[in-house]
Design a protein around this ligand. Structure first.
Ligand SMILES: [Zn+2]
Length: 387
């Protein structure tokens, strides 16, 4: 049956349609002849498909290439308001809902707090109501152009089913987020782990744009990871690939919240450092700045284990770039002061200088923008899956 697809002209046209759209997204501004060169398609074929993309309002002409007079060509770019995505970020601090453009701009946002012990499906009911309220305040021309809903959540999420196997922050187990919301709302819903959405957001709109082989290490109240190879998000058998926080680095170390000893996160995440020092992170870092011996030891050890983790991750994935993200880095950048030196201490010689350490461009809105990036990524991935 799949063999016949090769001869299905409609599908091939669709394939080229999304391929050109994803190239325009990647290069930001590109001419028709540059697209023809990149794809080895004829100028005529590219011209026809671009006309469809412009007619569908997904692409616009914006400016011209530099060059000799008479040889200038129109540059194409994504029409940011050609379609919109609803991005949702859920964590213990509350729920944020945003309408996001195709270029990652938030045009309207709404948020609400909730009790993490609330019955899970009642919280999803509330989320559905809040999305409906947000949409009722938007112009109907925008509502008509919404592609789908993306949800970013810190937990173990199945893919593509969008079921939360475990969300420790809310004490959730086996909650069918995608199925439940799709039934309630008239939209397709994508749900994924927060760290993956952060890496996707930076890859589509931020500092990771130029890297096809990348890893994210995310440090907050726990430690998470995500990896992309050849521009594709790696998920593993149960969509849990990259859970580096629970790699055991010292079998004689302190107890992790997973019940085992010496997991990576026991050395670097905020909840564990707070537990060990018996005080909030702010005070730990103040003591570190005052050069109090215990605090210097604790933070130096955290830096050292972060360097160790990065060098181990480089051995596994051989990435071009490593995104180091999360609230711990945003709030206490001191943690990464000498991180390149720390990595250099542990890196396997053949891989030294093979990678860039990168910090986020998007920052605090990365949750809702990342959730929208999850949708856009699936939309553009049509080229890989459905042909
Ligand atoms: Zn653990």
């Amino acid at each position: 049956m799949t063999l016949n697809l090769r001869y299905d002209q409609g599908r091939i046209r669709k394939y080229h349609y999304f391929m050109l759209l994803s190239l325009i997204q990647k290069y930001k501004k590109i001419s028709r002849s540059q697209l023809a060169k990149l794809t080895k398609m004829s100028n005529t074929s590219v011209g026809k498909i671009i006309k469809n993309l412009i007619d569908d309002e997904l692409v616009i002409e914006a400016g011209q290439t530099d060059g000799e007079i008479g040889r200038r060509a129109a540059l194409l770019e994504i029409n940011p308001i050609g379609s919109f995505i609803i991005g949702v970020e859920m964590d213990k601090n509350g729920v944020k809902i945003a309408i996001v453009t195709l270029t990652g701009e938030v045009i309207r946002e709404r948020q609400f707090a909730f009790d993490p012990d609330q019955e899970p499906y009642r919280l999803l009911d509330k989320l559905g109501e809040e999305i409906t309220i947000l949409l009722s305040k938007m112009d109907s021309s925008i509502n008509k152009k919404i592609i789908a809903i993306g949800i970013s959540i810190p937990g173990l999420i199945t893919w593509p089913e969008g079921k939360a196997l475990r969300v420790p922050q809310f004490h959730w187990e086996n909650i069918n987020i995608k199925a439940y919301l799709e039934e309630k709302l008239d939209f397709v819903v994508y749900v994924d782990n927060h760290v993956r959405t952060v890496l996707l957001a930076e890859s589509l709109y931020g500092n990771m744009r130029n890297y096809n082989n990348s890893v994210c290490i995310y440090i907050g109240s726990g430690v998470g990871g995500a990896a992309m190879v050849n521009g594709e998000m790696l998920r593993g058998h149960r969509n849990t690939l990259g859970e580096i926080g629970h790699m055991i680095l010292d079998p004689h170390g302190t107890v992790c919240d997973c019940g085992r000893l010496g997991c990576l996160q026991t050395f670097i995440c905020s909840s564990e450092l707070e537990k060990q020092a018996q005080m909030p992170m702010q005070e730990i870092f103040s003591a570190y700045k005052e050069r109090e011996d215990w605090a210097v030891k604790l933070i130096n050890r955290a830096q050292s284990y972060l360097g160790l983790a990065i060098s181990n991750v480089i051995c596994i994935y051989n990435p071009e770039a490593i995104l180091i993200a999360g609230p711990m880095i945003e709030e206490f950048p001191i943690l990464i002061d000498n991180i390149q030196d720390e990595v250099n201490k542990y890196i396997w010689a053949p891989l030294s200088n093979s990678f860039h350490l990168v910090y986020p461009e998007i920052g605090r809105s990365s949750g809702v923008i990342g959730a929208s990036a999850l949708v856009l990524n699936e939309f553009l991935r049509f080229t890989n899956d459905d042909v």
